[in-house]
Design a protein around this ligand. Structure first.
Ligand code: SDX
Length: 427
């Protein structure tokens, strides 16, 4: 296959090199397009545009493949833990026993937030959106770590990454406790990352309390499944901010804001709201699906820019839902409704022709409900899970000596030149 692509325009031909990735994806390198032809490209939503070369995560949307640093998501979900997967994404290799112990030690060492930060929570209204608090408090946490956002020494990166990853969990739980008027818990040194999260969220400091092992494992898998996903909206945002040489905490705070939208990380919350609405109304699934189609609306938790087949994460989470609910002896009518909705949609021509399948958000909310996570915090758990991916992408931008600031072009469609009209002369 040719190693170049030729564009003909205005009677001239222009050759551009074709770049081939390690999984044989091909891209036309148009970095000289404007200089040679005067043309730029236009690509709504960047659906056909690669923003970077990256070695972190690989997705094959047609085959439904997802790999972190070459490891299939199915194997990581079965055998790994969230801290180990986080290490893999951020450092590129699975840690050996010593490296994992050291990393876990750093997560434990940095699991507290600065005591002065506790007062910040009082400044938010009790009904403030948890994603707004999370973004603000990540930036606040960065104010207490000013020396650690530079990359002069590699251990600065590990220190900073461990601090951000550990504190994002503590911040999320503290914001929930504050919103409920409950005492903010202190993390425990003897609990794992995810067990500590559930402890911080739901335990009372004046009585013994051990998080349910089944729920800990199920949430750990949810975090693993959310840990990275190549150039999605929020990760691209983190890279955009990192490209201006902004710090790790600032870039992550920006990622939280991008993730918040219902078309992205807010979808897990929108799915449960949709399922609750169907359940409470008693409307049949068939009738609901028919209304979605006729309104040309979105079935939340369905569809994906890249997956035109099953999202592999949805399959894993769907199995985990069954397992954790069975182990806890919980029957969630919304799970049965979700299964029915999936069954009806997957045999409907409207969804088939548009290649719409359940994505990671379709079932994740069911597990979060089983863990008694409040609905408003579902996107926050997505952000906690995605933090290693954001950090890994931040590092990939910042450690590239040739990295340029991200600054896309545009096609201008506004008014052509006109003369200023004094106020007295305007109609
Ligand atoms: C995440 O990018 C990532 O990797 C994201 C993510 C990650 O891990 O970071 O995987 C996480 O964000 C998953 C997606 C969560 N969002 C939702 O579940 C919201 C519902 N889904 C849609 O909004 C939509 O599918 C997107 C946003 C996910 C993808 O949007 P695209 O690629 O821009 O697709 P599109 O809007 O161009 O849709 C193509 C067609 C359209 O129909 P036509 O105009 O051609 O007739 O499919 C239709 C759309 O109307 N369509 C849907 C639909 N999604 C697309 N119709 C009904 N229900 C849906 N969910």
């Amino acid at each position: 296959m040719s190693d170049k692509a030729t564009l003909t325009y205005g009677g001239k031909s222009y050759d551009f090199p074709v770049v081939v990735g390690t999984e044989h994806e091909r891209a036309v390198d148009i970095s000289k397009l404007r200089a040679e032809s005067g043309l730029i490209t236009l690509d709504d939503g960047y659906a056909n545009t690669g923003s970077c070369a990256s070695s972190i995560t690989f997705i094959d949307g047609e085959q439904g493949i997802l790999r972190y640093r070459g490891y299939p998501i199915e194997e990581l979900a079965q055998h790994s833990t969230f801290p180990e997967t986080a290490y893999l994404l951020m450092f590129g290799e699975l840690p050996n026993a010593t490296q994992l112990m050291e990393f876990r030690g750093l997560l434990t060492e940095h699991q507290f937030i600065h005591e002065n930060m506790r007062h910040h929570f009082e400044g938010f209204p009790s009904d403030a959106p948890p994603m707004a608090i999370l973004s603000a408090m990540i930036n606040a946490a960065g104010c207490f770590e000013p020396a650690l956002v530079e990359l002069e020494r590699s251990d600065h990166f590990m220190q900073s990454a461990a601090r951000l990853l550990s504190k994002v969990r503590t911040i999320a739980a503290a914001s929930y406790r504050k919103s409920m008027g409950l005492p903010i818990n202190y993390p425990r040194y003897d609990l794992s990352y995810t067990a500590n999260f559930l402890y911080l969220m739901f335990c009372m400091p004046n009585m013994p309390c051990e998080p349910e092992p089944e729920l800990v494992r199920a949430l750990d898998v949810v975090f693993i499944l959310h840990a990275d996903h190549e150039q999605n909206c929020s990760t691209s945002t983190v890279r955009m901010v990192a490209s201006s040489q902004a710090g790790m905490f600032a870039s992550a705070a920006a990622g939280v804001c991008a993730l918040w939208g219902p078309l992205h990380g807010g979808a897990n919350m929108a799915v449960v709201e949709m399922l609750e609405q169907i359940h409470q109304s008693g409307e049949s699934v068939e009738s609901f699906v028919s209304r979605v189609k006729s309104a040309h609306a979105k079935l939340m938790g369905f569809g994906h820019r890249v997956y035109k087949n099953f999202d592999p994460r949805a399959k894993i989470i769907k199995r985990a839902c069954d397992q954790v609910l069975a182990k806890l002896g919980v029957r969630d009518p919304l799970l049965e409704l979700a299964l029915r909705l999936e069954e009806v949609a997957l045999r409907d021509e409207y969804f088939i022709e548009r290649k719409l399948y359940p994505n990671v958000d379709f079932y994740s909310g069911i597990i979060m409900r089983a863990a008694k996570i409040p609905l408003g915090m579902f996107p926050v758990l997505f952000a906690i899970g995605r933090m290693p991916g954001w950090i890994a992408n931040w590092r990939e931008v910042r450690s590239n000596a040739k990295a340029r600031i991200y600054r896309p072009r545009q096609v201008y469609t506004g008014p052509t030149q006109r003369t200023y009209v004094p106020l007295a002369e305007r109609k």
